[in-house]
Write a protein that binds this ligand. Structure first.
Ligand code: SF4
Length: 495
């Protein structure tokens, strides 16, 4: 998220959802404009992170990194892309919470070791950073001293571990990064989808649970790795396959090699299906958009209600509302208009505008709402403050009944695997029953999609997901403190 701290605070106050994670992209394509392709890939992944963007390019001898705070289109223009010539590149878009919004945490990270160097982009969040810091001889909370100065993100710890392996075990075959990864990856716990590069190799890595997506694509003259298939589409690549949980893929002049560093136990983040991933991406071979529509259909079957119109909270609730309307036979209509530019531009509202809250983002279509019994569909309720304002706005606009339907179960537990949910105490459903939430929101009825129905709607195997924020069943042990942040010196750091 870009802009001043005050602007970011305002934009966050308008955010109905969990903060996104990060997006990663990499391309190996000699003879092709790899920096331009990476720019396009990051553009397609912008929804996964809006705070900073960066690209690292190798021409075979030198790695050049350009990164800055802001959206992809703000960080890069023709002038900044033109010098980035080479045959392989990685890119990163980053999301983080207020407090660590700084250039030094932007990625790709770069480390030089002797005459060589490598760059790294990370999507996810490690859960054993304290132990790793201990291994490095650091007290938890102390920074890593690297090329970019003191830094405290889990991604920096990984870069530091790799750099030390690099330095301690120099090789003559050019496989330094690959071999360093083979040593370091088994020591990492939690969520990590990495793109890495040295002067000659592009590497994609996915943790043994595969919390975050990572896909391999084929493009003219080369290969692409990306967080989502939608980023392959934009560069004209076709989806070859997912990078498997526990797999490292190495791409160089000899082609693609695969290495296993951990036993796969797939637990893809279920919220990638519900909200995070682009609707035009595929996960587990399923269309995300179609899955979200099926979630709405399931919701209509589970919690039917007599009403005049089904409407989404735009844009997050649109596919599920379409599914609800289709299954229920109740007409679909628009009841709210979203200002598309909130969160996308450097708005500078004064303090006095803060009170207008949700109206900066959503405005009711009074002629569609007045006198109607509404079914309002959204994909999730996290903190609930915006939902409450939306309901009040619809009533003010003349709705006679408001029935709220949510296409996922109550969000009760914080995420430790790379999503910004805030602390448990900030989650509306953490300590409230559905009946109490109904009262808090001021709706006539409220229903959340049951977990087994949600899992069925994805079209993928039910055992292949992380559901921790909905079930409290954490696939990887998490720190006992009620915080998603393990590196205490900079508690909001994440990749
Ligand atoms: S806890 Fe929730 S948001 Fe986090 S990875 Fe698991 S399903 Fe996704």
């Amino acid at each position: 998220m870009s802009g001043s701290p005050a602007e970011r605070a305002i934009l966050r106050s308008l955010d109905t959802h969990i903060g996104e994670a990060c997006g990663v992209f990499g391309v190996y394509a000699p003879g092709h404009p790899v920096a331009d392709l990476t720019y396009l890939g990051l553009y397609a992944l912008q929804h996964r992170g809006q705070e900073s963007a960066g690209i690292a390019v190798s021409d075979g001898e030198t790695i050049t990194v350009v990164k800055d705070m802001g959206l992809v289109a703000q960080v890069f223009d023709e002038r900044r892309l033109a010098p980035l010539q080479g045959h392989l590149a990685i890119g990163h878009v980053r999301y983080s919470t207020t407090g660590c919004s700084s250039w030094r945490n932007a990625q790709p990270l770069y480390r030089s070791v002797a005459e060589a160097g490598f760059a790294l982009g990370h999507n996810g969040n490690l859960t054993n950073t304290a132990a790793l810091a201990d291994d490095l001889g650091m007290l938890p909370g102390m920074g890593v001293v690297g090329d970019a100065g003191d830094s405290t993100t889990d991604s920096d710890l990984v870069a530091e571990l790799l750099a030390r392996e690099y330095a301690e075990h120099p090789r003559s075959d050019g496989r330094d990064l690959e071999v360093a990864l083979e040593r370091v990856l088994p020591r990492l716990a939690g969520a990590f989808s990495f793109v890495l590069m040295d002067e000659a190799h592009l590497i994609g890595v996915r943790d043994p649970h595969g919390f975050r997506p990572l896909v391999l694509g084929r493009t003219e003259g080369g290969f692409v790795v990306a967080s989502e298939t939608a980023a392959l589409d934009i560069v004209g690549a076709h989806h070859v396959r997912d990078v498997e949980p526990g797999e490292m893929i190495v791409i160089d002049a000899s082609g693609v090699r695969s290495r296993r560093f951990g036993d796969p136990s797939p637990r893809l983040c279920l919220f990638e299906f519900v909200y995070f991933a682009r609707p035009d991406s595929e996960l587990y071979g399923q269309s995300v958009h179609a899955a979200r529509q099926r979630m709405g259909e399931e919701l209509a079957r589970q919690a039917p209600v007599a009403a005049d119109m089904v409407m989404p909270v735009p844009e997050s609730g649109i596919p599920a509302a379409q599914g609800f309307a289709r299954a229920s036979g109740i007409p679909y209509g628009d009841g709210l208009v979203k200002n598309r530019y909130v969160g996308r531009t450097f708005i500078q509202p004064s303090q006095s505008l803060r009170g207008r809250g949700v109206r900066l983002k959503l405005n009711p279509l009074v002629e569609n709402i007045r006198g109607k019994r509404l079914v309002v569909v959204d994909d999730s309720i996290v903190r609930g403050t915006t939902t409450r304002q939306v309901v009040a706005m619809l009533r003010e606009a003349g709705a006679t009944e408001v029935h709220f339907r949510v296409s996922s179960p109550p969000y009760r537990w914080p995420c430790f695997y790379g999503m910004d949910t805030g602390r448990r105490s900030e989650l509306l459903a953490a300590d409230m029953s559905v009946g109490e939430i109904r009262g808090f929101l001021g709706v006539d009825s409220l229903a959340y999609l049951e977990l087994d129905r949600l899992l069925a709607a994805t079209g993928a195997g039910p055992g292949s997901f992380c559901t921790a924020c909905l079930s409290g069943d954490y696939p990887v042990p998490v720190p006992e403190i009620d915080s998603k942040h393990v590196l205490e010196a900079e508690p909001a750091a994440r990749a």
